[in-house]
Write a protein of this length. Sequence first.
Length: 604
Amino acid sequence: MRIDKVISGNVPPVKLFEAENLSDLVVIAGPNGVGKSRLINAMLNYFQSFNQPGTSFDIVATCPEESKAWGKDRLVTSNAEDAQKLRALLQQQQKRRNLKSSIIYYESDRSIQKIAPLKFQWEFADPWEESVGQGFCFNPLKSRWQDTIHAIFKKIQSQKSSIASRAIQLKSAGHASMNLEFSDPLDPFRDAFSKLLGPKRLVGADVQKQTLIYAEGDREDDVKTLSSGEREVLNIIFDFILRKPSDCVVFFDEPELHLHPELLHKLITTLRSVGKNNQFILISHSPSVISASLEDSVIFLTPPKPDGSNQAVLVKPDDTTSTALHKLGQSIGVVALGHKIVLVEGNEASLDKQTYGQILENKHSNIVLQPVGGKDQLLSFESILDDILNRTIWGVDFYMLADRDAAPAGHTPEEMTQRSNGRFIVLERYHLENYFLHPRVLAMCFEEQEPDDSWLRDELVIQAKLLEIARSFLSYATALIVSKHVRMSVGNVSLMPRACVDKSEPELAQMILRTQATEKSRILTSMNDEATQLLTQQTYQRLQTSLADGSWINEVPGKPILAKFAGAAKIPVGRLKSLYIAKNAEKQLGAFAEIEKIFQQWAM
């Protein structure tokens, strides 16, 4: 069976969730606190008690047995007769192995409690054929795991007893040999183990000690020595392999918990390869899971809407929001990260993201920092404004914070702030590192590390040192400003001629050459020698004046200045930043007041 449509309402904080045409893999995403887990629990409660007001399903048959039992291929549970047919199907007695037309649940808390020892017997009945009762797989994994591990050991012992009995029977009948082409019950578990944790291998089971043994190279050990993430995926996949479900609906709450993204991908791939016609409904915050599932069904659960309308948004890889995020170097999975997302310069492991995180000290739990690459990868201001910042995307608000050097050309910081309704803010200073150049804070960083007479304890000496370093970078700063201005004036070069369809080779060559001549003329006009020389002189003089009035702290790049100061102080830059942030917070010196104010405004 497969859920084709679901309607669920009045499951606070969810007012209405309606989605249809669901595929075999459904990912329900959304920020924390929006009600995803409660929504899944409401669905599970319906399938167990058939008494969940406001929840109904369209269920499609995925095997002939279901169609025969229902007398049709689709059930609509808002119809009482159809609901009764589904109840009869789900409440049928099930075997431990080859679970059929049922529900399986993997909760977010998958911690396994201590397993009671299996009482050993010389003979066990085949556990694959034992009944496990109605609704057994509604139970959470942690309450099923003991059954799983005991069943594996029982199966091994049951097979041994069966083979021994058969050998005795054949010998009594006068046979001198027997067919040994029987399957090893551990084979499917070995195969999954290798797919998930290779090159490690599952090599056997010690029934007496009731433990599974794996090998890594020449070393063998108990599976209990595996990492917590490795043990968790084994718990999940071994339980799933034992049940070997077909035509089932599998609910999985936050499969990414405790798992490396690569291991998570292997787990989901392996689950989908077991049994047939299963449908997986995942609750996930993982950007990688969301992005990898776009060809299936990805549904974003938004916060409640004032008019009480549908909170389920079906996400497509080619809609305008996905396209806009892709241009920023982001997958749509980024929307799963939080209620408010602040785009900053750098990559996932960038120092800017780490530094902002340290400055904020987790003060704003509803804000997630998301790097969008280097400043050259930022879009034009208009594109960012129209496609991202002035829209709430699936209930998630986006903001952008840029260093002064990364600000789009042609717009003042004030204009960008106003036109983006305060969602795009450019810092007053050239680099984030410019905020680490306060002489008083720097002096305090060395209070416990340097003797009283050290120059690093003297605020005035530090100020003079910073000014000296800034003066040495005057020409560098001028070159940066001038080169950016000219680069933006020149813009991109394009030799693409207009109306070039259905042209001969000579005609096309002439068209391209004419376009090239036009581009050359435009470039030479933008790169006028006199204009560039004048801009250089004016910029240099302006920066020189800034050294006298103190405004250089905003104008001159702080990154190389801080690096050179750290070198003179014989301390790594990263260590100096950490000391600076800690001392500023301890003494409430306000070095990052501008930044803190911006995030405080966005967090409201």
